[in-house]
Design a protein. Structure first.
Length: 445
């Protein structure tokens, strides 16, 4: 799990609090208002969301916040939903709180209406606009024959309310991520923590709104992206928005996912980054195959309490020295220390296993025991740091290791055949936040 940025609050004129975070320190600001169900304070537990946010932060300072009515932001009385301009105003409140004079706006689905209204109302504050799977008018009309009939919207809202909290809403919006029962349970929890079922009045307010008339007054450079198989917002909506905003660029991509971090999110991120920075990143330079090693000192908290802060600090320094010597010996690169452990990467899985086994033996001279976990997969390099699903898998594997054990994924065992390294089967496990079942093996001493 990636470490979540600190959450702050911005206070609106009428006294509502908006929860926000800032990530990255790039030259330009990018504001991303979250939809209900994403949940600012828990999204960092999901590898796909973490990877998406870190990629955004690689080319700008990302300012992200829970939309009013959801998550850690102020909730609403479902009997008195404010006008849509309230969500527009909230963008300005969070920008003011983060001292952002001008920013690019990234919006998906319902939040796109507030972003479009803000861009038209405060053009001096919007450098560019990226709209993902959004709409100007959800209702059917002569100009919008693909929209939902007005008399069907209440039934649609009732269906969303019935599914809310079960993971059923997330299953429709991001089928590529909700591919097993555990994922559905996790996102069902996020839905329940984000809001109660009666909060469907908020998206319904957007479904019954119409910003068509203001589209021609948006002069910020605009990118419109849609997924052809989106079950919530049909691609015709994006085509219509792009046709009405002067000089807007339309990109249509395959796939069924509504939320941008689900499915082949790199396709969306490539388009957004190129549009906002003028340069498309080179995947060859920042994505490589590597073996990821996580180590963790067993019972570190109780040991620190037993020996005291000074002696524990000496033990940690001794461990760090040993770890770095073993990494140098086996051509590993230390990415960072984790307080009571190490994150490292290797260009060869056999060397990574041998390093973990050697370190496991060496730390006993310090009176310590460690657990270690390894996985081989594609990682993303961000300066000296690394990210990606492979990193999260290695962390989950490490957490399942026993004291004094080096635990690896099946991928590692398949890649070290012929090396002489022997393993013991540890069965199949579900790794939190990672789809599917994973077969794990312990390295024999």
């Amino acid at each position: 799990m990636a470490e979540a940025p600190e959450t702050h609050y911005a206070k609106t004129v009428e006294g509502t609090y908006l929860a926000y975070q800032t990530i990255g320190d790039g030259p330009a600001d990018l504001v991303f208002q979250l939809n209900g169900g994403m949940l600012l304070d828990l999204m960092w537990e999901e590898p796909a969301v973490t990877s998406f946010m870190q990629r955004l932060a690689s080319f700008g300072r990302v300012i992200t916040f829970d939309a009013r009515g959801f998550g850690s932001s102020g909730h609403l009385d479902p009997r008195a939903v404010p006008a849509m301009q309230t969500w527009m105003d909230d963008i300005g409140v969070v920008m003011d709180a983060t001292r952002s004079a001008q920013a690019a706006l990234l919006a998906c689905g319902e939040t796109g209406l507030a972003a479009m209204l803000f861009a038209a109302t405060y053009p001096q504050r919007v450098s560019s606009l990226a709209l993902i799977n959004t709409f100007a008018r959800y209702q059917r009309s002569d100009d919008c024959p693909w929209g939902m009939p007005l008399d069907s919207i209440p039934a649609y809202a009732d269906l969303v309310g019935e599914l809310w909290g079960t993971g059923g809403v997330a299953e429709v919006l991001m089928p590529s991520l909700i591919d097993n029962a555990d994922a559905k349970r996790r996102w069902g929890l996020r839905e329940r923590l984000s809001a109660t079922p009666d909060s469907v009045v908020v998206p319904r307010a957007f479904w019954e709104s119409d910003v068509t008339e203001i589209l021609s007054t948006i002069y910020a450079p605009t990118l419109v992206v849609s997924r052809e198989g989106d079950r919530h917002v049909r691609p015709e909506h994006s085509r219509y928005v792009a046709s009405r905003i002067p000089n807007a660029k339309l990109v249509e991509l395959p796939g069924p996912d509504h939320w941008p971090f689900s499915g082949r999110s790199d396709e969306i991120l490539d388009e957004v980054e190129e549009f906002m920075t003028g340069a498309r990143p080179s995947a060859v330079l920042d994505r490589v195959l590597a073996t990821v090693l996580f180590t963790d000192i067993v019972a570190s908290t109780s040991r620190a309490s037993e020996v005291g802060d000074r002696r524990w600090r000496e033990s940690l320094n001794g461990y760090d020295d040993l770890a770095r010597r073993q990494l140098g010996r086996f051509r590993g690169r230390e990415v960072k220390t984790t307080g009571d452990g190490t994150l490292a990467v290797f260009d060869g899985p056999a060397r990574a296993v041998e390093c973990a086994r050697a370190l496991n033996e060496a730390v006993r001279s310090l009176g310590l025991e460690i657990r270690a976990g390894l996985h081989t997969g594609e990682i993303e390099t961000r300066g000296d740091d690394v990210a990606g699903v492979a990193v999260h898998i290695a962390a989950r594997v490490s957490a399942l290791a026993r004291s004094g054990e080096v635990l690896v994924s099946r991928t590692v065992t398949d890649l070290v055949v012929g090396s002489g390294i022997e393993f013991e089967d540890r069965g199949e496990h579900e790794l939190k936040g990672v789809p599917g079942s994973w077969k794990l093996f312990a390295v024999r001493p």
